[in-house]
Design a protein around this ligand. Structure first.
Ligand code: F6R
Length: 614
């Protein structure tokens, strides 16, 4: 999704910092980029279709380098194709207002008609340009830029995070506003910053405030003032973000995805750190989240999530029903919000989201609350909308995830879900002290077990296996029970980054249709089980082999591996913890295949990291 940055300083140019900020936000996915600065009473802008490098090449001969205030944008096309003209910033008719915008202006056509009738000329196909002209026009009657922005926004319906730069003749003004997509602001002694993602501000400060819907912020060097759309002052206290800006680099790895796969031993140790009470064989979350009073009477949990996070939600169903004794429903957020869901009394909605800003997940959770549910969240980004809007929060502490394909955030979500399931089981008396202790001890062993799967020898083996499948026509990932969602995740990862066709299926469903796909051009990846379903998985592998199928067995069941003839081995563990372990070789497999096929692994085509609009 699009990225926004903005800065205003007392003195000294902002251009390099803006471009650096856009570079940090590149991971979100984009197809064009642009900047505008205010310099010597004028707004100057440059924008280019394609990668940021194209824009930077254009900037070498530009006169933008002296501006002390500016805005920048990476665009992911919605209205109008990717092009230089449609890239942001867009200028108002006076040339003294520049606007960057994430989201959608729903009534753009009506507003455009009005502006055209006023004689305004448009140079792009975007809804954003309409808003730039509208704000520009409102300036005539407004006391300042923030007043003009508020007046314009009263006419607008839609979802947006926007930043506006204006030149008054007496110096620049910088304003931003939020209704939907995220926006954060911060200030230091002689500057103020805004960005659509904390990573865009982290190089300057870790004390960051998050705008809420309906907020308008005015940025001045050393100061940020926030009001609501009516102009009434509001306070959004700064939160200390504990991410290290250094973590946003590749740290010597060829891709963020590979770096993040290898971070998993540390990440999982962080997810459980300080949360296990060995003596009570229980889990204690920060801020009293999911404490006894809140969870004893929960009648049902409704998991809401998208994509990879949804797969963590499917695993949550097995864990929470199995250990916590609470019935669980799991729904795609985009389906839940439009299917007229029924919420029984005592329901807790559980949102799972890496970013905490996914539009569908936020909207579905808000709906669940309106219908009477309490709200819990498992999330990676402190201060995100999902975190702020939830009654009970478990932060996954995975650190910034830059690779578009989620890896460490997923395994951290599953570890967090395991902690939650134990908490529920202990609070509700469905899990004995001995059983809880056994699971908590296994959680502590994850670090060393995953380290062993990420050693040089093991990774080389995955690469060799990947080589024999890189030219296949397609893949069918099969799993049973708690490992069925692992099959879904394995297939999603592969298709996202290698563009190969891959489907995930419950192994028991194979004979109801997918078995027709089996031929030597189709690899069947079988995720093994070690529990009561192990025998059934072996039988599924036999069925595939009997039809001449190619099977790759992943997991810790030696018998499955022997029948399949080719395997990626995983250390033995309790069945409850096996989804985390089984996921790791599948991540490496996808990575290796995508790498062999020359794909852009960290920025797969058409994908955005954080989907902040519907
Ligand atoms: C896949 C992936 C996406 C996200 C989904 C939800 O690798 O990353 O499927 O899981 O867009 O995003 P969050 O977790 O930020 O709500």
């Amino acid at each position: 999704m699009c990225g926004i940055v903005g800065a205003i300083r007392n003195q000294g140019p902002v251009l390099a910092g803006l471009v650096e900020g856009l570079r940090v936000l590149e991971y979100r996915g984009y197809d064009s980029a642009g900047v505008a600065v205010s310099d010597e009473g004028k707004i100057k802008s440059a924008k280019r279709q394609g990668r940021l490098d194209n824009l930077e090449a254009r900037l070498t001969d530009s006169s933008l380098e002296n501006g002390v205030a500016g805005i920048g944008h990476t665009r992911w096309a919605t209205h109008g194709p990717p092009s230089d003209e449609n890239a942001h910033p867009h200028l108002g008719a006076s040339g003294c207002v520049a606007l960057v915008h994430n989201g959608i202006i729903e009534n753009w056509a009506e507003l455009k008609g009005e502006l055209l009738a006023d004689g305004v000329r448009f140079v792009s196909d975007t809804d954003t340009e309409v808003l730039a002209h509208l704000i520009d026009r409102e300036r005539a009657d407004a006391s300042d830029l923030s007043d003009a922005v508020r007046r314009a926004l009263r006419r607008v319906s839609g979802y947006y995070a926007l930043a506006v730069l204006a030149e008054t003749g007496d110096g620049p003004e910088l304003v931003c506003a939020r209704q939907g997509p995220p926006l954060a602001v911060a200030f230091v002694d002689d500057a103020a910053y805004l960005a659509s993602d904390v990573l865009g501000i982290l190089p300057h400060t870790r004390e960051i405030s998050f705008l809420e819907d309906g907020d308008v912020a005015v940025l001045r060097p050393g100061d940020v003032q926030i009001t609501d759309f009516g102009g009434k002052s509001v306070v959004r206290p700064a939160q200390a973000i504990d991410w290290d800006p250094e973590d946003t680099g590749k740290g010597g790895w060829p891709h963020y995805m590979l770096k993040e796969i290898h971070e998993q031993p540390d990440v999982l140790a962080r997810t459980i750190q300080g949360r296990i009470d060995d003596e009570a064989a229980d889990v204690v979350f920060e801020d009293g989240a999911f404490a006894n009073d809140a969870v004893r009477d929960v009648a049902r949990i409704q998991v809401i999530a998208c994509g990879t996070a949804l797969h963590a939600g499917y695993i949550a169903r097995y864990l929470i029903e199995g250990l916590g004794g609470v019935p669980v429903d799991v729904d795609y957020a985009s389906e839940f919000r439009y299917r007229g869901p029924r919420i029984v009394p005592g329901t807790m909605a559980l949102a799972i989201s890496q970013s905490g800003e996914t539009a569908d997940t936020l909207a579905a959770t808000r709906l669940a609350r309106e219908l009477g549910a309490s709200v819990g969240a498992i999330c990676n980004v402190a201060g995100s909308s999902q975190v702020r809007e939830s009654d009970h929060v478990i932060l996954t502490h995975a650190g910034p995830e830059i690779g578009v394909a989620s890896t460490k955030a997923f395994t951290a979500q599953v570890a967090a879900v395991t902690l939650l399931a134990v908490r529920l089981g202990r609070a509700r008396g469905t899990l004995s002290k001995e059983d809880a202790s056994a699971i908590l001890n296994e959680l502590k062993l994850l670090r060393t077990r995953i380290e062993s799967m990420l050693g040089e020898h093991a990774v080389d083996h995955v690469r060799r296996v990947a080589q024999s499948h890189a030219e296949q026509r397609g893949f069918l990932f099969l799993g049973r029970g708690i490992n069925y969602p692992v099959a879904l995740e394995g297939a999603l990862k592969l298709k996202e980054i290698s563009y190969m066709h891959a489907e995930g299926y419950p192994a028991g469903e194979m004979k109801h249709g997918p078995i027709a796909l089996i031929d030597p051009g189709m690899t069947i990846v079988s995720v093994s089980s070690t529990g009561p379903l192990a025998e059934k998985v072996r039988a599924n592998i036999e069925q595939v082999k009997a039809r001449g199928g190619v099977v790759l067995s992943v997991g810790s069941d030696p018998e499955s591996h022997a029948i399949a003839g080719q395997s990626l081995e995983v250390p033995a563990s309790s069945e409850w913890l096996s989804p985390i372990l089984n996921t790791v070789p599948l991540q490496l497999l996808s990575y290796a295949i995508a790498d062999m096929r020359g794909c852009d692994i960290d920025k797969p085509r058409n994908l955005a990291k954080s989907v902040t609009v519907e």
